[in-house]
Ligand binder design. Structure first.
Ligand code: AMP
Ligand code: MG
Length: 269
């Protein structure tokens, strides 16, 4: 199955998240089969990263967005486990600092964009500025509502600069989030992951879904498409995300650069 085609938000279409089943696992009946494919994808990703790094002319930016406990950390841990840390950069975006707030919302984002040859991963991103910021009215409507266009313009600049942008929304159900948050409360080794804000934000689930729908609908573009990944099953989420990254890198076909000198004339003494 072409996972890119299956899960892409076609530019210009309106997303209705209630119509997308977060428990779906198309093409895969069980975890065993999926884990084999995931292991293979991780190896393929390592080889493609090696080429991308050697080529040194283009970058890939993977953006992960989800509700709390949606699986952003887990996706990074599993899918990126085969990457060479040299050539890979993960950035987690928290509530902006005073210095960051003194600049435009894309300032801190642009600074973290991967350089040529690198794979960059964003754990949250500039989309928070039209998600939590919109839901909690942290800026006036007039400000957040123009950000969709600003984001599209920014991502167009990245794409034109040879950064391939892939955006994943890890779609879980409200029940699944409840289960995961309860686990964070029950399991002492997971207590550190839960915060009181997870509970207050959960109460605004519907508003968040509307904000996500707007971001997915307005900001899925040819330059930087959104993918909605059914993510109640962690094994399927990992598989789908890895598959889409591998397919994209494969189609980029990074090439080893030609040496700028005659290799046959070089003798190692
Ligand atoms: P976590 O991902 O659990 O470490 O939490 C990071 C927190 O930072 C989340 O509650 C986000 O909503 C919040 N956050 C990230 N970016 C922004 C932003 N631009 N404005 C306000 N809050 C943000
Ligand atoms: Mg959190």
């Amino acid at each position: 199955m072409d996972m890119r085609k299956r899960f892409i938000v076609e530019p210009g279409t309106r997303v209705r998240l209630s119509g997308i089943d977060p428990g779906d696992t198309p093409g895969f009946a069980d975890k065993c089969e999926a884990e084999e494919t995931l292991a293979r994808n991780i190896q393929r990703l390592a080889k493609l990263q090696y080429r991308l790094h050697a080529e040194g002319r283009r970058a890939v930016l993977v953006i992960l967005q989800a509700m709390d406990a949606g699986g952003k950390d887990g996706t990074i841990r599993h899918v990126m486990s085969g990457l060479n840390p040299q050539g890979c950069r993960v950035t987690s975006f928290k509530a902006p600092s005073a210095e960051e707030l003194a600049h435009d919302f894309l300032w801190r984002i642009h600074a973290a964009v991967p350089a040529k040859g690198e794979i960059g991963i964003f754990n949250r991103s500039h989309y928070e500025d039209v998600l939590v910021v919109r839901v909690k009215s942290l800026v006036p409507r007039a400000v957040w509502s123009r950000r969709y266009d600003e984001i599209n313009a920014f991502e167009r600049i990245l794409a034109a600069g040879d950064v391939t942008v892939l955006k994943f929304f890890l779609h879980i159900s409200s029940d699944e989030q409840k289960r995961r948050l309860e686990e964070r409360l029950d399991d002492k080794t997971k207590n550190w992951k839960i915060s009181p804000s997870d509970v207050t934000e959960r109460a605004r689930w519907g508003e968040y879904m509307r904000a996500y729908e707007a971001a997915l609908s307005k900001c899925s573009t040819d330059a930087a498409p959104w993918f909605v990944i059914p993510s109640n099953r962690k094994w399927f989420r990992n598989l789908a995300v890895s598959q889409i990254i591998v397919e994209t890198l494969k189609s980029m076909a990074p090439k080893f650069p030609k040496p700028s000198f005659d290799v046959s004339k070089l003798k190692i003494v």
